[in-house]
Design a protein around this ligand. Structure first.
Ligand code: MG
Ligand code: MG
Length: 248
């Protein structure tokens, strides 16, 4: 069931979203070669709680950490641990924050030190794909347009679109209806209405779109081991467009 949020609910989601944004900014400032992914996880956990939130992913579906950290060919759901970040890596931080029972969900991929031109290309165009898709959102628009636009943008730039994982509604639960795929056809799908809150999150690969799950049952990696990027905002549908909830 797709729910329309009241302004009161949207205010709470914005609060959760803002702490999510601040956590991203804080972690971004810590990223450098030589640190472990567990260090970033623990700093995120502390930071979120200090700002009145609870990490939204911890123990959800039995996930064992506070945030997801995926390096290079890891697409999403990487579990933080002893892995040490190296110069030239890219690292995707996917963060959930809950405040007053409302979730926010935002992911961003960051460079570790100096990265290759092709990794720069991937990061640049995956972020662009997110905002290109968001442009389709407004009251009365078809949901399929968002995925169609993202897919079209990715194809134009020769990037693989992960299809097995999709964006979603967000609210009192992290994952609500509807699904928001990063592919699709124009003028299909449900009609968006003001007050719907969605996580839009393209996951694009430098190579094949094909992925598989590692033996830890969580980490998803590209089949050809080429790098993958992930950019995600939680937004609310407005009469004339959208408003980002996981922002400043
Ligand atoms: Mg996320
Ligand atoms: Mg999400």
């Amino acid at each position: 069931m797709v729910t329309i949020k009241t302004e009161e609910e949207i205010k709470k989601m914005k609060k959760a979203g803002h702490v999510n944004y601040l956590t991203h900014q804080y972690l971004k400032s810590l990223i450098k070669p030589g640190i472990t992914t567990k260090y970033l996880n623990d700093e995120a956990d502390k930071f979120i709680r200090e700002h009145g939130g609870v990490p939204g992913f911890l123990h959800l579906y039995d996930y064992p950490a506070s945030i997801c950290i995926s390096v290079n060919e890891e697409v999403v759901h990487g579990i933080p641990g002893d892995r040490i970040l190296k110069e030239g890596d890219i690292v995707s931080l996917d963060i959930g924050v809950v405040i007053d029972g409302y979730h926010s969900d935002s992911a961003w991929t960051y460079p570790v030190g100096k990265i290759s031109k092709e990794k720069e290309y991937l990061l640049h165009h995956t972020e662009k794909a997110l905002f290109t898709g968001l442009k389709e959102i407004k009251n009365g628009a078809k949901l399929g347009n968002v995925g169609a636009r993202i897919e079209q943008y990715a194809k134009k730039h020769n990037l693989g679109v992960v299809r097995e994982l999709v964006g979603h509604g967000v609210g009192t639960k992290l994952h609500e209806d509807p699904d928001v795929p990063n592919y699709g056809k124009y003028n299909t799908g449900m009609t968006l209405k003001s007050g719907m809150t969605l996580a839009v999150e393209p996951m694009l690969n430098l190579g094949t779109r094909k992925i598989y799950v590692l033996d830890d049952d969580w980490t998803i990696v590209t089949q050809d081991k080429r790098p993958s990027a992930h950019f995600e905002h939680t937004i609310v549908v407005r009469d004339d467009g959208y408003e980002i909830l996981t922002g400043e």
